[in-house]
Write a protein that binds this ligand. Structure first.
Ligand code: FAD
Ligand code: UDP
Length: 370
């Protein structure tokens, strides 16, 4: 008898499995319908021997000491601060937009103070910031919005920024200094031997059994368990009874080139050209040295594996209905980006999973027979 059947071996499922097994002595079966652990953070060595992220670039960053300390039990780290360039008007410019972006784009020599005045002069006044368009035009005006954000967002999400919640483009700040880091979090690092190795270390506990290539519905009836932790798409769990929740998908086009260096930055964003949104060169992220180099292009799709919940009011309404029955479903706990329909980064999923574990372990119904 397993205490828990955990559906999905990504961050959400693996963190909970690890905590239940190592801290509460629970017996756990974790399954995934993919042929590997790690969920979307899965990485592996490709045929050329280069460490790549199968589902697009994953860069770890957090302000949470608890999350960083927790994961540090399972990996050493390689310090890494991520940088991104955007291809705009034939130039490669820092994104998030900063002082250098403006000076290079317009051939100016503004100071931080002057660029602040410049933003104030082009910004559109908004009484209320509601959409992903509002966020950007209210900070940097329409021209920069159109060069850097409008088309990237239309490509990535298949809809105009004015149709998306403000939280989407608000992920990318605007700066008046020269800081060209993509993130400013306190902890920024990559797992020294990759994400998959870190997941392996989390799941090696003798109380944890791992089953791959299996949908939980294939084993649910034949394997005895007490409770479920579910980290797949919440609408799928309930057979889409309130309709399909939209998840944006991507096609990943991986390439290996017979030269040591492909591009001038870890990631280059292409807001206005190509069908893909960005190109990532993995060796920057991993620090690996190799005579060849591997890159991935991300091509947004409406159909396919669910990668991004789509933050907009209509979808929040549908999710509310799913959340209500999820909360009312006994012995099933919904955790993670797909199961709680939240555009969460890895660290937020880890924090959510740790909080769920804390709740599970505090329950008065915590199996007294154990
Ligand atoms: P997932 O990783 O999706 O895991 C869920 C697992 O459940 C999957 O493996 C799935 O196969 C399995 N599953 C679903 N249904 C079933 C079923 N019926 N039976 C069995 N198994 C099932 N975050 C960052 O912090 N930094 C980044 O740079 C970053 N980059 C990203 C880039 C891309 C392209 C994407 C898509 C996401 C990125 N993220 C990033 C977000 C990060 O991937 C997620 O926050 C995190 O991986 C979510 O973990 P999870 O366990 O909730 O879900
Ligand atoms: N975005 C954009 N232009 C850019 C970078 C980001 O318009 O050069 C918008 C786009 O809508 C994107 C969102 O900001 O989906 C969040 O960007 P982020 O890089 O955080 O996306 P993720 O890494 O989660 O795909």
């Amino acid at each position: 008898m397993f205490d828990y059947l955990i559906v999905g071996a990504g961050f959400a499922g693996s963190v909970i499995a690890e905590r239940l097994a190592s801290q509460s002595g629970k017996k756990v079966l974790i399954c995934d319908r993919r042929n590997h652990i790690g969920g979307n953070a899965y990485d592996h060595y490709n045929d050329a021997g280069i460490l790549v992220h199968r589902y697009g670039p994953h860069i770890f960053h957090t302000n949470s000491r608890d999350v960083f300390d927790y994961l540090s039990n399972f990996t050493a780290w390689r310090p890494y601060e991520h940088r991104v360039l955007a291809s705009v008007d034939g130039l490669l410019l820092p994104i998030p937009i900063n002082l250098d972006t403006i000076n290079k784009l317009y051939g100016l020599k503004l100071t931080s103070f002057q660029v602040e005045e410049f933003f104030a002069s082009v910004a559109e006044q908004k009484d209320y910031i509601r959409t992903s368009e509002d966020v950007v035009v209210s900070k940097v005006g329409r021209e920069l919005y159109e060069k850097f954000f409008r088309n990237y967002t239309r490509k990535q999400w298949g809809m105009d920024p004015s149709e998306l919640d403000k939280s989407v483009t608000a992920r990318v700040p605007t700066r008046t200094n020269r800081d060209d880091r993509y993130f400013t979090d306190t902890y920024q690092a990559m797992p020294l031997h990759g994400f998959t190795r870190m997941f392996e270390n989390m799941l090696t506990h003798p109380n944890i059994k791992v089953m791959l290539n299996v949908d939980y519905r294939e084993i649910q009836k034949v394997i005895p368990y007490r409770e479920i932790v579910y980290t797949g798409p919440v609408d799928e769990f309930f057979d889409y009874r309130f309709g399909k929740l939209p998840y944006r998908s991507l096609e990943f086009k991986h390439e290996t080139h017979d030269k040591p260096l492909f591009q001038s930055a870890p990631v280059i964003n292409y807001p206005n050209e190509h069908a893909y949104t960005r190109a990532t060169e993995f060796k920057y992220l991993t620090g690996q040295e190799h005579l060849k180099t591997s890159i991935v292009y991300e091509l947004p799709q409406a159909e396919g594996d669910p990668y991004y919940p789509v933050p907009r009011p209509e979808n929040a309404e549908i999710y509310k209905k799913y959340k209500a029955i999820a909360d009312a479903t006994p012995n099933v706990h919904f955790v993670g980006r797909l199961a709680t329909y939240k555009y969460y980064n890895m660290d937020q999923v880890v924090a959510q999973a740790l909080a769920t574990y804390a709740k599970l372990s505090e329950r008065s119904t915590w199996h007294p027979e154990d």
